[in-house]
Design a binder for this molecule. Structure first.
Ligand code: SER
Length: 344
């Protein structure tokens, strides 16, 4: 049986870990992993090939086009929202030009293969931008086409790349004599904050949720950079992986849009604190808001509407708030740090 070749960029990232571990166990998939850093040893058994390199390196991507017959691309590589604000132009290059390069690779692949290549793109709640806290608190669950005025470079990049993907899928080279020879099947998810038991995010602004939990599990004091009443939608990592795969596998005829919200629960920072303390009663958490990061989180929705995903491809998370902590996060994290050497 010919195996389906799947390219995963940003392999070392949080979603990369979850997705590679999942796909790498399937008999009918060969995972090609790409990352600028050497691949995490733990992921190596799940990858058919690992390529260390930069998504901005067009020569490298060009070589990949001739070497592999890639059927699907999960383009996860990105500079997250907080990190992007420290160097917005670099973030733009990685997040936008990098995505453009991958879309180009997908077009070339599809030309060689004479068939469509799937392009799965994780977008974010950062694509939204509510003008002030009062509007955020008043807003109901936000739909995909509402409040799309992001205030961060990362959010602008994500929103624009959703449009780029739609363009490449539907209108690429629309004036060419034969515009129809390549085709990309572009599908995007707008993720809420993600919480994994195995990894800690780097450079994001929803990071206070996972950071609080991981610090508590290690017995490290944590200073939370947002106010107690800050509310954001979140999702457990297994559900993020599930949603990526469900969207990837959904029949094209069922899809009515190219970008879908997905979410699960939406606690305040204080509610996360209370849950964490109920499992780790000696945890030390203080709240010391960082004004600029608070402003970013205040511009993101308190909840999002994922009924389009429910309707079109039967999306439902497996983990609500209680199950996410009691059945996934707490058991896995306790095991993780029981094995790990104690921090100095
Ligand atoms: N988790 C991301 C961040 O905080 C949002 O997609 O940047």
């Amino acid at each position: 049986m010919r195996k389906e070749v799947v390219l995963i960029t940003g392999a070392n990232g949080e979603i990369g870990h979850g997705l590679i571990t999942h796909l790498g166990q399937k008999d009918d998939v060969n995972v090609i992993a790409l990352d600028v850093q050497p691949l995490d040893e733990k992921l190596k058994p799940y990858c058919y090939r690992f390529i260390q390199g930069d998504i901005l390196d067009q020569m490298l991507l060009g070589r990949m086009v001739v070497e592999f017959e890639i059927r699907s691309i999960f383009h996860l590589a990105s500079i997250l929202s907080t990190k992007a604000e420290y160097n917005p132009e670099t973030a733009h290059r990685v997040n936008v030009e990098g995505t453009l390069n991958l879309l180009r690779l997908a077009v070339e692949q599809s030309q060689w293969q004479g068939q469509s290549v799937k392009f799965i793109y994780p977008s974010s709640i950062a694509a939204y931008g509510l003008p002030d806290l009062e509007t955020k608190n008043r807003a109901q669950k936000i739909k995909e086409d509402q409040w799309c005025q992001p205030i961060t470079m990362y959010g602008c990049n994500k929103l624009y790349c959703e449009h780029l993907g739609r363009y490449y899928a539907a209108n690429y080279r629309q004036l060419a004599a034969d515009p129809g020879r390549s085709s990309i099947d572009f599908r995007a998810l707008r993720f809420p904050g993600l919480i994994s038991a195995d990894t800690i995010p780097t450079g994001g602004t929803s990071d206070y949720g996972p950071e609080m939990l991981h610090a508590a599990a290690q017995g490290i004091p944590y200073r939370c950079f947002v106010r107690e009443d800050t509310r954001l939608p979140f999702m457990a990592m297994p559900d993020a992986i599930k949603s990526l795969l469900m969207l990837h596998n959904a029949p094209k005829s069922a899809l009515t849009q190219s970008v879908y919200n997905v979410t699960s629960f939406n606690p305040t920072a204080l509610e996360i604190h209370d849950i964490v303390l109920s499992y780790f009663p000696s945890a030390e958490v203080t709240f010391k808001p960082h004004d600029s990061r608070q402003r970013i989180v205040d511009s993101w929705p308190g909840d999002i509407d994922d009924t389009a995903a429910q309707r079109d491809w039967n999306w439902q998370p497996d983990y609500d708030q209680d199950r996410a902590f009691s059945e996934y996060l707490i058991p896995a994290i306790t095991k993780l740090y029981a094995q790990a050497p104690k921090p100095a």
